[in-house]
Design a protein around this ligand. Structure first.
Ligand SMILES: [Zn+2]
Length: 356
């Protein structure tokens, strides 16, 4: 085996190595430029979702520079140290940093390191645990303020009454809006959102958190997946999950393919967070298909949209097999979800999933 010291080890890392290591350390996003790879500032931010893309890795000198709080240069070893210290994790420099970066190759600087006893690296445990987010639960009795009433709006779009019952969809008579309860992985109520039906309400957005007696029942959408509590056993069974943007697409999927075959969850936005991917891995997903709403009305916008989906998949491809639905045959209109044009259209789109 080639002899190496720390400097040579740092210099030997490829761009792919850097992306893998910094992603495993917690950066849930990166951007490529000609001379740098830009990551989230995980050097001083515990939670990467709140961090800015201001941690630059310069390809030329193989050093990081944090342009916000840290404001200085450091190498990959130092980034590991800062991350561990920030999270209050006790680490051993050789086992938890050097061996992780060198993929287990022993390094000259540590020739005298006595490795007599078994040592299990904190890195592996750390990687599995990552960020733990507890979203406060809210009492289910709050839903008693609403009745069960399948609206003609959703029935006519193809969502069955049975599906609405299975997902505990309600209706607000006073507000003329559809009520959508959101549950966490374990089935506790954590948020209530609604779909407005009156034109004047829709102006500020079709979907909003519900207000009851002055309290807004919102929750951080990036830390949950709509529908997962109900479909996680199916995801385990089929080892696969389909991710859509909106709650309605989950309900359409359920209506087309049945409750016992439903493997569809919604991010309730148009981005996919690492935390959400981890929730799917926890449920047993080995393959994930992104089925986001169609975007791009010009060639330029279309390729931007394609690249966006491709980038999301690349980001998680080292932990899970990723693919995405891209409407090459023009079966959808702009802003359509892949579920919006019926079961057959979805199956046709799904057949042409682009696997990474
Ligand atoms: Zn920093």
């Amino acid at each position: 085996m080639k002899k190496m010291d720390l400097k040579k080890l740092a210099d030997s890392l490829t761009e792919e190595d850097i992306i893998r290591l910094v992603t495993e350390l917690g950066s849930d996003e990166y951007k490529m430029t000609n001379d740098a790879i830009i990551f989230k500032t995980i050097c001083h931010n515990i939670d990467p979702t709140n961090a800015k893309l201001k941690l630059y890795y310069y390809k030329k000198n193989k050093k990081f520079h944090c342009y916000t709080d840290c404001g200085d240069n450091f190498n990959i070893f130092e980034l590991f140290k800062r991350r561990y210290q920030l999270l209050g994790i006790k680490y051993n420099f050789y086992n938890d940093i050097v061996l992780k970066i060198s993929k287990g190759i022993r390094i000259d600087d540590f020739n005298n390191f006595s490795n007599g006893e078994e040592y299990s690296s904190v890195y592996e445990k750390y990687k599995q645990n990552e960020i733990k987010v507890e979203i406060p639960t809210i009492p289910k009795s709050l839903l008693n303020a609403f009745i069960f009433y399948p609206t003609t709006e959703w029935l006519s779009e193809g969502i069955t009454k049975e599906t609405m019952e299975q997902f505990d969809i309600r209706y607000s008579i006073s507000g003329n809006k559809i009520i959508i309860p959101h549950y966490n992985y374990d089935g506790d109520l954590i948020g209530i959102r609604c779909r407005f039906l009156n034109d004047e309400d829709i102006e500020n957005g079709k979907y909003m958190p519900v207000q009851i007696e002055g309290v807004t029942y919102s929750h951080p959408l990036g830390y949950n997946l709509y529908g997962l509590n109900l479909v996680k056993d199916n995801i385990k069974k089929y080892k696969m999950a389909i991710i859509v943007e909106g709650e309605k697409s989950v309900l359409l999927y359920n209506s087309y393919f049945g409750f016992s075959n439903n493997i569809c969850v919604a991010v309730c936005g148009s981005s996919l967070h690492r935390y959400q991917v981890n929730l799917l891995l926890k449920a047993g997903a080995e393959r994930i298909v992104i089925a986001f709403d169609k975007e791009g009305d010009s060639w330029k916008e279309k390729s931007k949209y394609y690249n966006k989906l491709n980038e999301i998949c690349q980001r998680y491809n080292n932990i899970c097999q990723m693919g995405f639905i891209y409407d090459t045959k023009n079966l959808l209109s702009l802003k359509d979800s892949p579920l919006d044009r019926g079961k057959d259209t979805f199956l046709e789109l799904y057949k042409n999933t682009i696997w990474i």
